[in-house]
Design a protein around this ligand. Structure first.
Ligand code: ATP
Ligand code: MG
Length: 419
């Protein structure tokens, strides 16, 4: 894409009321627009990141048997009354409204009831199980704390999968698979090295749930990490009794601030019971379905990547989620540079490399460099009078201090060494 056609521009300042580093950088870079605290619009560059994350998550969910669908955002009162989660006294984050012709509705703050209600239509026999429907969806929560930029939104985009199993054994098998899928997701998203499987509070059907916590000062949680085992314990379940069940000891554990980028939860029959979601087993008995839930906030994940992978100049996107792999800069106003930069742009595109081409005229080299650092594409390629003397371009990774001159004939091989 040509930067001259990208309507967004970088800004020197984020709104004065924005205190979160992730939102500050993303607003300055023109990735997102702040509507109000906890509510952000995703602009072209930001949407490309969300779509990359979505593709990574979708492929991992499909690999463990997930089936994608989309539940409605508008939810019906009767359905949520079944599980006693309609009442504002019970759930204080609902956004609710009433219909013009009477009747109350709410905007999804989560999905368990919607899925239980739908799946009741389709689950009758043991032959219908297991089932793993999931969706990507916008979720609404009237959060009182919305100070963490896109890491805690009042409106946010997530992936939620629900597992429907015959019994605990079948549930556990999937639960373990989901842990590995989640590890793969965070690895691919570039934060695997600072993300830990973390024991967290469970609920009536399970002593624990598991969170995936990423170390960052911007996190709202406190966790205790056992580096040798590669696992952590959330402060909310940090008791001697719990540590003994994990074989962890206080001395090997190190305290960190962290953010929950995803979680997996054994729900047992908590939701199948109120919905009377039963199946007929092999012996003809009617049995309640065993459920699990598996969430990831894509905005939160994007914000976390920015918090973890940035420096004082801007964002450092991992290749897997960067809006573009290459930021191509044409420096100076000479016709020759413009011609060679255009040829480089065409060559990169033909090789299937995603490239943002800074073809803007009247913008100084300093400004173009600063923008490239702020926007954080993994590779910066500069075509200038100087680089043309060697019949090539200067290539620099966002993580490198200095670039190297690469002849045009070697450029594609330089970027795709294994092709
Ligand atoms: P938290 O403990 O941070 O409030 P939660 O436990 O309520 O989150 P879930 O309801 O289980 O989270 O949602 C699943 C996932 O959705 C979380 O792991 C997180 O990645 C994401 N998420 C939750 N709340 C928000 C939010 N307000 N903004 C952005 N993402 C969120
Ligand atoms: Mg939580």
């Amino acid at each position: 894409m040509k930067q001259s056609q990208l309507f967004t521009k970088t800004r020197k300042e984020a709104p004065a009321d924005e205190t979160a580093r992730n939102a500050e950088l993303l607003i300055k870079g023109g990735f997102i627009h702040k509507e109000m605290a906890g509510v952000y619009s995703f602009l072209p560059l930001g949407l490309r990141v969300i779509e990359k994350l979505e593709t990574i998550i979708r492929s991992e969910m499909n690999a463990i048997g997930g089936t994608e669908m989309r539940t409605s955002a508008i939810q019906v009162k009767d359905v949520w009354e079944k599980s006693n989660r309609w009442d504002d006294e019970v759930v204080d984050v609902w956004f609710k409204t009433s219909l013009k012709n009477g009747g109350e509705v709410g905007l999804s703050f989560t999905n368990e009831e919607a899925y239980s209600n739908i799946m009741k239509q389709y689950i009758h026999s043991y032959k219908d199980l297991p089932a793993y429907p999931y969706d990507f969806k916008t979720i609404f929560r009237n959060e009182t704390r919305a100070k963490s930029g896109i890491m805690r939104g009042r409106e946010f985009y997530w992936k939620a999968l629900y597992s429907f199993s015959k019994d605990d054994a079948q549930h556990q098998e999937f639960y373990e698979k989901s842990k590995q899928a989640y590890k793969n997701i965070f690895q691919k998203a570039g934060i695997g090295h600072v993300t830990y499987l973390t024991f967290a509070s469970g609920g009536s059907f399970s002593p624990f749930s598991h969170e995936f916590q990423t170390i960052t000062g911007a996190g709202e949680d406190t966790i205790y990490i056992d580096e040798s085992k590669g696992i952590a314990v959330n402060q909310e379940v940090y008791t001697d009794e719990v540590l003994a069940t994990l074989g962890l000891s206080k001395d090997t554990l190190v305290e960190h601030r962290a953010v929950e980028v995803g979680n997996i939860f054994s729900l047992g029959t908590k939701f199948s019971a109120p919905f009377d979601l039963k199946y007929t087993n092999e012996s003809g008995e009617s049995v309640l379905v065993t459920m699990g839930s598996y969430g990831i906030g894509l905005g939160r994940l994007m914000g976390t990547i920015v918090e973890v992978l940035s420096d004082d100049k801007g964002i450092i996107w991992p290749e897997s989620v960067a809006p573009f792999r290459v930021h191509l800069l044409a420096l100076g106003e000479s016709e020759n540079v413009a011609k060679e930069a255009q040829a480089t742009y065409d060559m990169l595109k033909d090789a299937g490399i995603e490239v943002l081409f800074d073809d803007r005229g009247g913008v100084s080299a300093g400004e173009k460099f600063a923008d490239a650092d702020l926007l954080g594409m993994p590779y910066r390629i500069v075509v200038s009078e100087r680089s043309l003397k060697d019949n090539g371009a200067e290539v620099k990774k966002r993580t490198e201090e200095r670039g190297t001159n690469v002849p045009f004939t070697d450029l594609i091989a330089h970027l795709n060494p294994n092709a």
